[in-house]
Every structure is written in C-alpha cells, then in structure tokens.
Design a protein around this ligand. Structure first.
Ligand SMILES: C[S@@+](CC[C@H](N)C(=O)[O-])C[C@H]1O[C@@H](n2cnc3c(N)ncnc32)[C@H](O)[C@@H]1O
Length: 381
C-alpha cells in the first residue's frame, strides 16, 4: 500500500471514530510515529495491544520535549479500538531519516485535502522536484529558499542532496507551514526558518530582511488567481489598470530574494514563455537574470489538479541588471514528452520497476552541458 493510500485510510478511520479535526489527529499520529522512529523513548512497539491511546500521547509528550519548536501540544482522543486500525497501517512502516518517500505523500494529501477551495495548491511530483534540485545543485552552506513551500518537498530534496545546505521556507497556509516544520525540524532545521507568511507582501519586516540573500530559490508557486492587495503597486511587473497574476508576482519576488549570481528554478505556466501577452515579463526577466534553460513539461504533470501546461525556467541573477536583453545569450529549450502520469493523475511506472517513468534525466544532461558552455566563471556548480 503506498503512503498516499495510507493517508486516505488513516483519515477515514479518524473521521469515523472521532468528532475531532481529522487533520490534527492524523498529524498527531505522524508525529508519534516520527518519535518512535527517532527512538525518543525505550519502547520497541509503536502502539502495544493495550493502552494505545496512552502510548500515542506518550510519544507526543516525548516529541514535544525533543522538538519544542514543533509545538505539539495536541493530544489524541482516539479510542484504543480506532488506534488498533491505525496501528495496523503504521506499525511496520519505517519513517526514513531522509524522508524521501512516504511522509511527504501523507503531508501532500493532508495539506491539499484541507486546503480545498484555495487556488493553485497542488504539489510538485517528486521526480520533478528532484530533477530541479539536481540542476540547481545546492552546495554546503548555501541557502535554499522556497517562498511557496507547501509541505517542503523542494527543501527536503535539497537536504537530501546536501545535508549542509541551509533551508528556508514560507507558505501562506498555516497548515502547510506546520507540515513543512514537521518534516524538517526533526532533522535539525530551525522552526524559525519555516514561516507562515504571504511571500508576496513586500511590507513585512522578516522577509524584507531576507531580500537579496538566497543562493538558491526552487519553487512551484500557485498559478491561479489575480492579486489585488495594495502591495502589488510595489512590483515592477504590475501594470496599471491590468490584472496582476500571482505567478508573475512570484517570479519578480524570487528574483528580488536571490543574491547576486543566485540560482533560480521555477515552475511557471507555459503561457509565460509562449504568449505575446507576456513579452514584457520575459523582457524584464532577461534584463535581471541570465536564462539558461526552459524545460517544457508533459501535459499531465500536474494532473489531476490541472492539465495546464507548465515549464521550468533555470536562470541566474545578474550582478547588475541590463538595460535591454542581450541577444547573444543562448537559451537551451528542452521539450520533455514522456508522460509520468495518466490523465487521471496516476503515476506511471517503468515496466518491471517502481521508478516513475520520465525523461528528465536526459533533459538534465542537456541543461548541464549548456550551462557549462556559457557559464564562464559565474559559479553554477
Ligand atoms: C503549487 S503549491 C506548491 C507547494 C510545494 N512547493 C510543492 O511544490 O510541492 C503552492 C503553495 O503556495 C502557497 N501559497 C499561495 N499563495 C502564497 C503566498 N502569497 N505566499 C506564500 N505561499 C503561498 C500555497 O499555500 C501552496 O502551498
């Protein structure tokens, strides 16, 4: 059974047995399981046959002691009988230290499920996240930021690539930020580096102090929706009297948040590179960043949430913006067309293996070669 299915089953059990918020209960179970995996107390069994409720809460006590920054004050009220069903799903599962598979699937399920109605809150498939981190190649002590971090997939992937990079995340949803902290605090990331915040808000003190500081930004911002907040007027890409799309503001914000020579990997709707209407966005971007590569993703990459086509842009911030784009700079365009999902959003595996089918490895090779050929001394590792 995959972790996404486990998440669905856990939530069903909790919903059937409890009047409590299912998000909090499932989140508590996951933290208890994490405490067990980290051996926070001497107990071989996760949930023994009797007094299961008491044991869950003992694990939660240990977790709040070990990771006070997680603020795990919630205590389970599930009866032993319901916990027996949850135990059968979780008992023999191990939550890997590297958190590669599994828990982010649960987090994704819980986060999206509880953010229904909000726009653009779908998650990036793991193989796309990992491909982006391969290209961005975080190095020891480099800072990595995701301004729309969700449950932290990009940050987890960066940490798996190099344990010594320094991670920062922000998400407007308190639950997403909480999930992201749960994923990262037990691995030593400070909870104060993962904030619940509107990353587009240029008037707030904390992210203002982060402006211009990050070595790497990797993100898949929400595509949908226009922004009407007062702060849109502080954006160069806001056009008086016209709708201002959220992803355009995210793009500008990311550029501002990067340090000079900082590296950007961002997922954007295809129309931002293809449509005449956004020529002004591309012009602005080319003046502020050297664009190395644009990767077009297959149509169902974000199914079932949307079949809108998307691209990944890889770019590096200029030390000084240009007045006009430099026509001599070459951009590597890569079209990936091996669908990793079917139209219903189910991942397609390579025959005879449990690997998701995709052609992003070939894309990575081409992008690396291209960057190497044009990045003379600009520090793209
Ligand atoms: C498409 S999801 C991507 C999540 C995650 N980075 C991933 O790729 O799996 C976009 C995320 O942006 C968050 N978001 C939307 N508007 C935001 C804002 N103004 N500031 C910060 N986060 C925002 C949503 O809550 C959601 O978690």
């Amino acid at each position: 059974m995959d972790w996404g299915t486990i998440a669905v089953r856990l939530e069903d059990i909790v919903a059937a047995h409890s009047g409590e918020d299912t998000f909090d209960e499932v989140h508590a179970l996951i933290i208890a399981k994490l405490a067990h995996t980290h051996h926070l107390m001497e107990a071989s069994e996760f949930l023994p046959a009797s007094r299961r409720t008491q044991r869950v809460n003992e694990w939660l006590d240990c977790a709040s002691h070990a990771w006070p920054e997680l603020h795990t004050s919630y205590r389970s009220s599930l009866a032993d009988s319901a916990l027996a069903e949850c135990a059968s799903l979780l008992e023999h599962r191990s939550v890997s230290h590297h958190w590669t598979e599994g828990l982010d699937a649960i987090f994704e399920y819980l986060t999206t499920r509880h953010m229904k109605g909000s726009k653009g809150q779908f998650f990036t498939p793991r193989h796309v996240v990992d491909h982006m981190m391969q290209v961005l190649a975080p190095q020891p002590q480099e800072t990595v930021f995701d301004p729309a971090c969700g449950s932290g997939a990009f940050l987890v992937s960066a940490r798996n690539k190099d344990e010594r990079c320094v991670l920062y995340g922000a998400d407007i949803s308190p639950r997403a930020a909480r999930m992201c902290r749960t994923a990262l605090v037990p691995t030593g990331v400070s909870a104060s580096s993962i904030i619940c915040h509107d990353s587009l808000d240029t008037t707030c003190a904390l992210p203002q102090s982060w402006v211009g500081t990050f070595d790497i930004i990797a993100t898949n911002p929400p595509f949908a929706g226009d922004v009407t907040n007062e702060y849109v007027h502080s954006y160069a890409l806001h056009q008086q009297g016209r709708r201002t799309e959220r992803d355009i503001l995210f793009l500008e914000r990311c550029v501002k948040m990067l340090s000079p020579n900082g590296r950007l990997g961002i997922v954007l709707p295809h129309n931002k590179v293809g449509s005449k209407r956004y020529a002004y966005v591309r012009r602005w971007l080319l003046c502020h960043m050297q664009i190395y590569a644009v990767v077009s993703l297959p149509q169902y990459t974000f199914a079932p949430h949307t079949s809108q086509r998307a691209v990944i842009i890889y770019a590096q911030k200029r030390t000084t913006p240009l007045h006009r784009p430099d026509d001599t700079e070459q951009v590597c365009f890569v079209v990936t067309n091996v669908e990793s999902k079917d139209a219903s959003g189910r991942l397609i595996e390579d025959p005879g293996s449990s690997h998701v089918r995709h052609d992003l490895d070939e894309a990575e090779e081409r992008i690396r070669e291209h960057i190497k050929s044009c990045n003379v001394g600009n520090e793209w590792p």
